[in-house]
Design a protein around this ligand. Structure first.
Ligand code: HEC
Length: 436
């Protein structure tokens, strides 16, 4: 199955509300949302703050208790000359799972099209014309898989200005340029071999698998992709030239395999930048000491004290900061979970507080939790609870990491007595009306 992220109209014509037609991600902190018509500024504003909810990859879909997270939309900027495509500035997507955007604010509670889902699957395609001009700028778009035919089909439904132009560039007899396709495939349990085939006016120049050149048979227009079995997806990049040599059949580009059914070849494309889920090192069961008999009043002093600094990052019952999750309800959870959260912060990271490594164009590398501030800026909060504001345009790369920003070694810093008091404090508030 090719992961279609197209949402075809449900066929209900509801007064003149705009209809969402497609959504896809263009970077870890940005998605595109296409409507059937241009949105007014007021309608654009109604999309800001719409929640995008997601399950952790290990969660079970129907289990209400499975960990869920929410990303926020901090900016909606019209993209096209016709205003139908919006660029939405979001919090970072922590891994590849299903994300569900709820457009209740724009479409109302009862609209059948209120929920729109997407994943981080697909191929990033870039067209660079030989002679750039206004009419022929460099374009980057989303393909469902490494197959021009599939892309044409998706464009047939979408018809955004950029996508139509992209197809014209590839099909037309005038525009010459370079097509770059980047994606990750797999992971596969067995070694796989695929042929990427390119004919007509499209000429394969270079193909790499995990940055190593693949074997190309230029006469046949064929590149052999050897994908080794493994645990992680493998990066594939194809550099294709559109030459003079126009073939009567027109340009063709597709992927085949001799050993697998075609459908399985088409599945499992992930956007080249999509985060891979990283597991923390420590999976071993933890021994929980006797934590009973603490004094909640003393625990409050520990929580807001200078040794542990819990209150610099966490709010509890309306006091403290919001760098990490609000802890007002953690007292209701199992004691072993609570102890582990303090003793081994990275063992199970809250889905909304994943740490990202952000590399900035000026050479800085920051690590911390990341929040979208608005259409132009994000904020990174580090292990010292310090916030740095960065312009989205200055970000070179943003990748999740497997470690929490919560300090390690807190159990040792506190000592057994303070820890008991702290636990007593956190558990004392579990049933009281929590702030937020
Ligand atoms: C520098 C900031 C920082 C400090 C200091 C800090 N934490 Fe955290 N804490 C976090 C972040 C961020 C998370 C969420 C990521 C994760 O799950 O590790 C977290 C997660 C937690 C969780 C799990 C919450 C959940 O809902 O998953 C608990 C419990 C917790 N911290 C307790 C404490 C206690 C108690 C202290 C003080 C002894 C403390 N933290 C100090 C940043 C901090």
């Amino acid at each position: 199955m090719c992961a279609w992220i197209l949402l075809l109209l449900v066929g209900v014509s509801q007064n003149d509300l705009p209809h969402p037609q497609a959504v896809w991600a263009t970077s870890p902190i940005e998605i595109k949302l296409v409507f059937n018509r241009a949105l007014t500024p007021d309608e654009q504003n109604k999309i800001i703050d719409s929640p995008i909810s997601f399950l952790t990859p290990s969660a079970k879909k129907d289990d209400a208790d499975s960990p869920r997270g929410t990303l926020h939309i901090a900016g909606a900027t019209p993209d096209d000359k016709d205003g139908r495509t919006l660029t939405l500035a979001t919090d970072p997507h922590p891994w590849n799972t299903t994300f569900t955007l709820d457009l209740k604010g724009l479409l109302g509670e009862h609209a059948p099209e209120r929920f729109t889902s997407y994943t981080l699957s697909g191929v990033e395609a870039t067209w660079e014309p030989d002679v750039p001009a206004d009419a022929q700028p460099t374009l980057t778009t989303w393909w469902p898989c490494l197959d021009l035919g599939q892309y044409r089909m998706s464009v047939g439904t979408l018809l955004t200005t950029d996508q139509l132009q992209f197809v014209k560039n590839i099909d037309g007899s005038l525009g010459r340029g370079r097509l770059t396709l980047r994606t990750s495939v797999g992971p596969f349990a067995k070694d796989q071999a695929f042929d990427l085939i390119c004919t007509g006016s499209l000429v394969l120049e270079d193909v790499t698998v995990d940055n190593e050149p693949a074997k190309i048979d230029k006469a046949a227009g064929k590149a052999r992709l050897q994908i080794p079995a493994g645990e992680l997806p493998v990066e594939v990049a194809a550099f294709i030239k559109k030459g003079q040599n126009l073939d009567a059949r027109g340009p063709l580009l597709y992927l085949i395999t001799a050993s697998e059914p075609v459908e399985s070849v088409r599945s499992g494309f992930t956007l080249p930048w999509a985060p891979v889920r990283l597991a923390a090192d420590s999976a071993a069961a933890i021994e929980v000491p006797d934590l009973s008999g603490g004094d909640p009043a003393k625990g409050e002093a520990v929580f807001f004290g200078q040794a542990a600094k819990c209150g610099d990052c966490h709010a509890f019952q309306g006091r403290g900061k919001q760098v990490g999750p609000n802890l007002s309800d953690v007292g209701k959870r199992e004691l072993s979970w609570l102890y582990r959260s303090i003793a081994e912060p990275s063992a199970e990271i809250h889905p909304e507080y994943v740490t990202f490594t952000v590399s900035v164009n000026d050479g800085r590398i920051l690590a911390g939790t990341v929040r979208a501030l608005d259409a132009k800026q994000i904020q990174v909060i580090d292990t010292g609870a310090q916030a740095t504001v960065l312009a989205r345009a200055d970000i070179n790369e943003i990748r999740p990491s497997a470690t929490s920003i919560m300090p390690v070694g807190l159990v040792g810093v506190l000592g057994p007595e303070n820890l008991r008091d702290l636990i007593a404090y956190l558990r004392s508030g579990g049933n009281a009306a929590a702030a937020k």
